[in-house]
Design a protein around this ligand. Structure first.
Ligand code: GLU
Length: 426
């Protein structure tokens, strides 16, 4: 029985949070999971909301709101990224925190799940404003994080520089250098080789598997990627290097499409010079919406949540969707795509490469022994492909489940077992 005094109301009014609840219910209706475990996992353990006064460059003050939502720590310290985005609210952060719990459990990491966010448009801040915001936010959540408590990392709108500031602030406050408090740092200050590209690489490792099970060879495959940030760009580079034809990519400004295949390196150079894809010469300009309905073998939404909903799911023509973003499909969209026989590789599997290499970084920081890039890459590939196989086998064994239900089941069964052993469930 769930309590009805409801600290969850501001959460439940968020459609993305609702979506995660619907997903848990769907899994519970198809696979045997202790209902108390399911109820416990519907709500986060702890929500920390802070206000962050920041001195702007013109000496005025702006007050931002930030959250750190600690969802579950049954398997180890809380772990998950920090997002800077205007759309951030506590419901969104709570939904993302729960996905981290499920992702870390599925990947067999000794970590719980958390997420943080500040409601701000980072593109509108100067570098020094961003630094002051990051440092103040770190101070405000400082008592609740630590290498053995809760370990933040980058997410949408944050990067390795943000993590360097967080680590420095936390270290100054504790009186000694604590590199393991965050992951996704620059290599010079305790970061891991291969972390920047890790999420995109993981997306492509699972994509290769999905293409294989659908009988499509890499050199015949076409790919459209929504989002050309940290995830989408590295996914495009890796896919291209395997001979997959990247026909379309997009950013917030527009999409670009060339059915003959884009020259990925030229697109990377173009965006680093122009900060946007607009005006890229060797392709037709399309909208983000058009990109999602292109006739391609693989569609990889690598931007934000809820981009494919009941409104546009029926327009998707791809054979496979690989979720580089967290939560890009609504619950209803997921059901429509299943009906239409689209193979969906769910976020908690497809984009797990980032947190896997975060885990490697955390371990390296604890023992002060750093790995070579090829070691990171091969260990990442091993974890991602084994995880895909585990989910695929579970899906086949259990009367052809969809991969999201299968991935969630594998994840929840590990959590259920650990919760029973710890006496948190009975
Ligand atoms: N933000 C990434 C994610 O959503 C990485 C989290 C981490 O490395 O802790 O998976």
């Amino acid at each position: 029985m769930e309590a009805n005094h409801s600290p969850s109301d501001p959460l439940r009014s968020n459609p993305f949070f609702q979506n995660t609840l619907s997903m848990l219910e769907r899994v519970g209706s198809k696979v045997q999971i202790n209902p108390n475990v399911l109820d416990t996992l519907k709500l986060p353990r702890r929500i920390i909301t802070v206000s962050i006064p920041v001195r702007m460059d013109d000496n005025s003050q702006m007050i931002f709101t930030g959250h750190r939502v600690q969802h579950n720590q049954t398997l180890g310290p809380f772990k998950g990224g920090i997002r800077f985005h205007p759309q951030v609210d506590v419901g969104e952060v709570a939904a993302l925190a729960s996905l981290m719990t499920f992702k870390n459990s599925l990947l067999n990491l000794p970590l719980g799940g958390a997420k943080g966010g500040v409601s701000v448009d980072p593109a509108k801040l100067s570098m020094s404003e961003k630094e002051r915001l990051t440092r103040r936010f770190t101070r405000e959540i400082g008592p609740f994080i630590g290498h053995d408590k809760d370990i933040p990392a980058p997410d949408v709108g944050t990067d390795s520089q943000t993590m360097a500031w967080m680590m420095d602030t936390y270290s100054l406050d504790s009186g000694f250098s604590q590199t393991g408090v965050v992951t996704g740092k620059p290599i010079e200050v305790g970061g891991s080789k291969g972390r920047d590209a890790a999420t995109g690489l993981g997306v492509v490792f699972t994509m290769e598997k999905a293409l294989h099970v659908r009988g499509i060879s890499l050199d015949k495959a076409t790919l459209a990627i929504q989002g050309f940030g940290k995830v989408g760009m590295h996914a495009a580079i890796e896919a291209d290097s395997l001979g997959i034809k990247v026909v379309a990519v997009s950013d917030v400004s527009c999409g670009i499409y060339n059915p003959e295949g884009l020259n990925v390196q030229k697109v990377v150079n173009y965006i680093s010079e122009n900060r946007s894809l607009k005006g890229y010469p060797e392709a037709a300009e399309i909208t983000n919406e058009e990109l999602l309905s292109l006739k391609v073998d693989v569609l990889a939404p690598c931007a934000l949540e809820s981009v494919i909903t009941s409104e546009n799911a029926a327009d998707v023509q791809a054979n496979i969707i690989v979720e580089g973003a967290n939560g890009p499909l609504s619950h209803e969209a997921d059901l429509i795509l299943q009906e239409n026989n689209v193979l969906v590789v769910p976020d908690i599997l497809a984009n797990g490469g980032g947190v896997v290499v975060s885990y490697f970084e955390w371990v390296q920081d604890i023992v002060w022994l750093f790995w070579e890039e090829h070691e990171v890459r091969s260990k990442l590939k091993q974890i991602m492909t084994q995880c895909f196989d585990k989910v695929w086998d579970f899906a086949q064994k259990e009367k052809s489940l969809d991969l999201r239900t299968a991935a969630m089941s594998v994840s929840l069964k590990r959590l259920e077992h650990a919760m029973k052993l710890r006496g948190q469930a009975w």
